[in-house]
Ligand binder design. Sequence first.
Ligand code: IMP
Length: 201
Amino acid sequence: MTRFVLATANPAKAREIKEVIQTEYEDIEVIPLDPSWPEVIEDGATLEANALLKADAATARALIPALADDTGLEVSALQGAPGVRSARYASDEATDAQNIAFLLDQMRAVSAENRAARFTTVAIAKWPDGKILLATGSVYGVIAEQARGDAGFGYDPVFVPTEGDGRTFAEMSPVEKHKLSHRGRAFRSLAHKLVDLERSV
Ligand code: IMP
């Protein structure tokens, strides 16, 4: 059994990572981040840099391998914004509801045909000796004109995946979201790499 510390203070994200990775890789034990550890300042220029900052901090504290991710939402009509600034789109301390309201406001003049968007997650496993495994996952969709649904977190109530049936991620069960989502894809890919690594040693 390999133990990893989960480098996120967001319980909704932690639950998703745990559910996805444990479905693919049974020999993994995932332990939560100690809430007393200082918050990581996510000031990297890319999703990968921010995921690494989180993984570095967690593995240095816990002295065991860490799993981390960073996610960005890119909207075509906004020239790729909010991107790496997705968490702080409305303001530095923005809540999910404030970010959604700001996004819908920025897009109020954008027609239904021009609301394309993409979520991307960079998932990282990092060991205390510096070894790293990295995987990415993306999902294409559109930004809804109004928020719909109560499940999930972040921008889920306004993201309608293209491969779905018209529901937002916040109107889906966790299993339905994982099948299509950026995080589901990134952590399934990372889990396969972890299984390959285990088999090779
Ligand atoms: P971070 O990866 O936690 O830094 O997330 C960046 C931003 O994207 C935050 O506003 C999150 O709430 C949002 N976000 C991350 N993952 C998801 C997701 O699966 N669905 C919707 N929003 C997300």
